[in-house]
Design a protein around this ligand. Structure first.
Ligand SMILES: NC(=O)C1=CN([C@@H]2O[C@H](COP(=O)(O)OP(=O)(O)OC[C@H]3O[C@@H](n4cnc5c(N)ncnc54)[C@H](OP(=O)(O)O)[C@@H]3O)[C@@H](O)[C@H]2O)C=CC1
Ligand SMILES: Cc1cn([C@H]2C[C@H](O)[C@@H](COP(=O)(O)OP(=O)(O)O[C@H]3O[C@@H](C)C(=O)[C@@H](O)[C@H]3O)O2)c(=O)[nH]c1=O
Ligand SMILES: [Mg+2]
Length: 295
């Protein structure tokens, strides 16, 4: 199986490359400068030359706050760019596995979101990713859209690494406690993508296609997540850092974020037999990885 994935330095692409190196799978990362999602011609050109069995669409414009003032670029990458990747996959006759986000929802629901719940993004990033889902589905019926959330890993930028960086100079941080979601390790996402890819390249079964929720098990507020990160830091000999739990209103940001970001993963469990580990367990693994590298 030959897998092509979009992006080079991103968390999910780096996690896939690590799994590829560990298992000997053939995974190639396709990204800038040769392939720029804001330039559809470069997308078509990059994939027509590659003999991939499946394309993983993992690259995106992910700067949630900056997107509020760069809507055109966010849509060009996350909507048109994602559509161009799915179209390139359709042209070479292979499935596309596309990543999307909890931020397609408004956050008003009282319980975890299911795949069939109405979307209603409240940020530019969320709207651009929802437009991306629609573009992918329209361009290639042979698609799996995986909505994930709150992704962290040893790679790239993420909340966990931000907390560790801030912990170097601060002994107390203020973190919002009224946004709830499901922290998800990019390494777990990579494992799920590989299992799904293996199935769909050989099995034409329609129920394997469509939209699925894929997040770490359990739930947390950003403050809970920070507290667990600092508990783990302390255990591994690091500094002691306190978390002050604050409401969203006390942490103003350009983009609005859903109060409830929790995703229900039952459909993926039912269809593929995949359920990701508890987020605390996976977080410990990522922390250990970072500690071994000297943080
Ligand atoms: N991070 C998160 O918390 C969440 C992410 N997601 C989704 O999961 C997917 C993977 O996210 P993650 O791995 O965290 O992303 P990252 O933010 O870690 O990385 C973004 C990737 O997209 C690439 N990229 C950005 N703009 C372009 C462009 N114009 N042309 C080509 N490549 C581009 C980057 O390129 P380069 O390699 O050059 O830096 C990088 O590889 C995305 O679709 C994201 O929307 C969903 C929920 C949560
Ligand atoms: C750094 C920091 C953030 N916060 C808050 C701000 C915000 O509400 C929350 C998370 O902040 P971040 O900016 O790290 O997270 P954010 O960029 O919103 O993360 C999102 O990224 C995109 C790509 C997704 O798809 C989402 O699933 C989600 O992971 O924590 C604090 O309360 N205190 C702090 O010190
Ligand atoms: Mg961010």
């Amino acid at each position: 199986m030959r897998i092509a994935v979009t992006g080079k330095q991103g968390q999910v692409v780096q996690s896939l490359l690590r799994r590829g190196a560990e298992t000997g799978l053939d995974i190639s990362a396709v990204g800038r400068p040769e392939m720029d999602l804001s330039d559809p011609a470069s997308v078509a050109a990059a994939f027509s030359a590659l003999r991939a069995d499946v394309i993983v669409s993992a690259a995106a414009y992910t700067a949630v706050d900056k997107a509020e003032s760069e809507a055109e670029l966010a849509f060009s990458v996350n909507a048109a760019g994602a559509g161009a990747v799915a179209e390139a996959a359709a042209r070479i006759g292979v499935p596309v596995i596309h990543l999307s986000t909890d931020y397609v929802f408004s956050g008003d629901k009282a319980s975890a979101y299911c795949e069939e719940d109405a979307t209603g993004p409240i940020s530019v990033y969320g709207r651009s990713k929802l437009a991306g889902e629609k573009a992918v589905a329209a361009a290639n019926p042979n698609h799996v859209i995986l909505r994930t959330a709150w992704v962290y890993s040893p790679f790239g930028n993420n909340f966990l690494k931000t907390m560790l960086r801030l912990a170097e100079t601060r002994d107390h941080l203020r973190v919002v406690a009224d946004q709830t979601g499901c922290p998800t390790s990019a390494l777990d996402i990579a494992d799920a993508i590989l299992a799904i890819a293996t199935r769909i390249i050989t099995d034409p079964e329609p129920s394997l296609r469509g939209t699925f929720h894929l997040t770490g098990s359990g739930e947390a507020s950003w403050a809970d997540f920070a507290e667990e990160i600092f508990a783990e830091l302390l255990k591994s000999g690091g500094r002691s850092v306190g978390v002050e739990r604050i409401p969203t209103a006390d942490y103003p940001t350009p983009a609005k974020r859903p109060a409830n970001s929790r995703l229900n993963g039952d459909k993926l469990a039912r269809t593929y037999g995949i359920r990701l580990p508890e987020w605390k367990q996976s977080m410990t693994i990522v922390m250990q990885d970072l500690v071994n590298k000297g943080l």
